[in-house]
Design a protein around this ligand. Structure first.
Ligand SMILES: Cc1cc2nc3c(=O)[nH]c(=O)nc-3n(C[C@H](O)[C@H](O)[C@H](O)COP(=O)(O)OP(=O)(O)OC[C@H]3O[C@@H](n4cnc5c(N)ncnc54)[C@H](O)[C@@H]3O)c2cc1C
Length: 294
């Protein structure tokens, strides 16, 4: 990618960047939103005859401590109870599953990680970020709406990602979490972070450029608390794994979270498939943590 010469506190990259890596199969980067990508995976699973059961949550987990059982790839050392949730009367049920392996892909607050007693390590400071999707009016004079851009202002750092249909996503760095007013749970009170507030901060940061939008052109916004951390282990007893946000959390600046998470899944999935199909001993599974945690 080429860094364009723009105002000194703003960096901008062409949205559809030319990728110069000689081995790259596709020469352009394209942005798709996460719901679209998740839809592709669900559709691929459906084509392979796999149905994702929702809503469903685990309520208990036991992992055998028997060395013999853990060493035998054909054994079922994982015992997990699933609760199938439903609003329909009489359909709420529990199911006990015996499994050879468990993969916890249950996000930043991972129940699997907590249950396995795996701590998170790294940045002890959480930060509060806002994100807002909107369409700027044509009168806006910021020249880089259709590029990926970062803007650094005195009171906020912004990251701008162009989206489909002339929309943009702006990430707004709002500050250190423990400097916010706390709510009754002792967490930063994000209830006062409104779409208007995120737009006001963005407008100040964009100066001397200006932009306007209208309430009907604001599609979505959120405020969330995040720190940069990594799990102390990605695996327990060679049988229970965690992937994605369950084992690492990132600030949104690099747009890494989902990409890194997909790579975790890819790294682990083919190794699990080889072991489960009996094509390989269990040894390659040890390389998952070594390759993904470094
Ligand atoms: C506002 C925002 C913007 C982001 N933008 C980007 C971006 O531009 N690029 C990027 O790469 N990443 C981005 N990320 C990060 C990205 O969303 C995450 O890194 C990614 O979703 C991680 O995927 P995951 O499958 O590990 O976890 P999740 O997407 O969090 O999925 C976890 C799943 O597990 C389910 N679950 C959790 N607990 C339980 C339980 N006890 N029982 C049953 N199910 C459970 C949840 O319902 C959810 O479906 C963004 C994140 C946020 C918050």
């Amino acid at each position: 990618m080429t860094l364009l010469p723009v105002v000194s506190r703003c960096a901008s990259y062409p949205f559809i960047a030319l990728i110069n890596e000689p081995t790259a199969r596709h020469k352009h980067a394209i942005t798709h939103h996460q719901g679209f990508i998740e839809g592709l995976f669900l559709s691929g699973l459906g084509d392979a005859g796999v149905t994702v059961e929702r809503p469903c949550r685990p309520t208990s987990l036991e992992l055998s401590s028997s060395e013999d059982e853990l060493k035998d790839p054909a054994s079922y050392p994982v015992k997990i109870v699933l609760e199938h949730l439903s609003d329909a009367p009489g359909t709420h049920s529990f199911e006990m599953v015996r499994a050879r392996f468990l993969v916890g892909a249950d996000g930043a607050h991972s129940w699997v990680r907590h249950t396995l007693g795996i701590p998170m390590e790294g940045d002890s400071t959480d930060r509060v970020w806002g994100a807002i999707d909107f369409t700027p009016l044509p009168s806006s004079d910021f020249p880089h709406w259709r590029n990926v851009a970062t803007v650094n202002a005195a009171d906020a750092g912004l990251v701008l990602i162009p989206r489909e249909d002339n929309k943009v996503r702006v990430y707004v760095e709002l500050g250190v979490a423990n400097e916010f007013e706390q709510d009754e749970r002792g967490r930063p009170d994000t209830s006062k972070i409104t779409a208007d507030k995120l737009l006001d901060i963005s407008k100040r940061a964009f100066k001397p450029y200006t932009f306007e939008t209208t309430p009907d052109k604001v599609e979505w916004y959120t405020a969330y608390i995040i720190g940069q951390r990594v799990a102390a282990r990605f695996c327990d007893q060679g049988r229970a794994f965690i992937v994605g946000d369950a084992c690492h959390t990132h600030l949104p600046k690099g747009g890494q979270g989902m990409n890194v998470s997909i790579n975790d899944g890819h790294n682990l999935a083919w190794k699990l498939a080889y072991v489960v199909k009996g094509w390989s001993p269990m040894a390659p599974l040890d390389t998952y943590e070594a390759e993904r945690r470094k």
